[in-house]
Design a protein around this ligand. Structure first.
Ligand code: F3S
Length: 283
């Protein structure tokens, strides 16, 4: 039987738990309801909520009914306005840490700063953040992206981060920007504690196991980050969504298996994976 070590942080983070609880509470009162995009980045949980009556739509134009759930990643002010203009009530599950990043983005932009957002430009959280600094936001993924920017010494720059970025990537970008010596530089670390603690806990376990499993949705930004963090330590790291993706060749008798999970992975998926490894020894 392969011994299994779970990191000290697995399962839902505070923001995801809150979003799922709010969606379920709304469904208790009324169903079906639409959700604008997936409320969290975990296919299995979204499917479960869909069975309970939460129907995912991708565009406000597809909205039906007088209530919509918006995701833990938040939405742009423009989209919120277009929903409210239709007289539709919003069940806002935006994580409070994301709301904080939105407020800071708006404040920096209104204060005349060029807002640099460290993150993935295609992620819904970042797409919404950009709209909190209309015409004033630039998204950079890493320090390489900074090299392509045309910054001037007269710029006043404010740097914030997508909440689930890694601290080291954020600091690399900050260092790169400082080298340009902008007229003024404000750095506000909006990385969520949960993401940092999860990465730290995963790093510790990845160092001492033979095989590292990162459990989470393929679209989940914090899961991808965790995977990168673990892969940098152990090449024998795999990203899986469910127990069905466990592969026999990953296991040899006596191997120690480490498990971490993204913030939108429910405990029941992790339990199924642990049970499968423990029961069968090998898959
Ligand atoms: Fe919020 Fe952090 Fe989770 S930003 S959704 S508590 S990973």
């Amino acid at each position: 039987m392969a011994p299994v070590k779970l990191t000290s942080k697995t399962g839902f983070c505070f923001g995801v738990r809150r979003a799922v609880t709010m969606a379920e509470a709304a469904l208790d009162k009324k169903k079906p309801i639409c959700s604008l995009g997936s409320i969290i980045h975990n296919r299995q949980v979204v499917e479960e909520l869909s069975r309970k009556g939460l129907k995912v739509i991708r565009d406000v134009r597809a909205l039906k009914g007088n209530m919509v759930v918006i995701s833990s990643h938040g939405i742009s002010p423009k989209v919120a306005r277009s929903i409210l203009d239709k007289g539709v009530k919003i069940v806002d599950t935006t994580c409070p840490f994301v709301l904080n990043a939105q407020k800071i983005t708006r404040r920096l932009s209104e204060g005349g700063y060029k807002v640099l957002i460290v993150g993935d430009a295609r992620h819904p959280e970042v797409r919404a953040l950009v709209d909190f600094a209309p015409g004033n936001a630039i998204v950079v993924k890493n320090k390489e992206d900074v090299k392509a920017l045309k910054l001037s010494h007269n710029d006043r720059v404010g740097i914030i981060s997508q909440t689930t970025q890694s601290t080291s990537n954020f600091l690399d970008v900050v260092k790169e920007i400082s080298a340009y010596k902008p007229k003024e530089l404000r750095v506000i670390n909006t990385i969520c504690n949960d993401a940092e603690e999860r990465q730290g806990a995963a790093r510790e376990i990845a160092k001492v196991v033979d095989l590292m499993l990162v459990v989470g949705g393929k679209d989940s930004a914090n899961t991808k980050r965790l995977f990168e963090v673990c892969k940098a330590i152990s090449n024998n790291t795999h990203l899986i969504e469910t127990e069905k993706q466990l592969k026999n060749e990953w296991f040899r008798s006596g191997k120690v298996v480490g498990i971490t999970s993204g913030a939108s992975t429910p405990d029941w998926i992790i339990k199924k994976i642990v049970d499968k490894i423990k029961q069968k020894g090998v898959v």
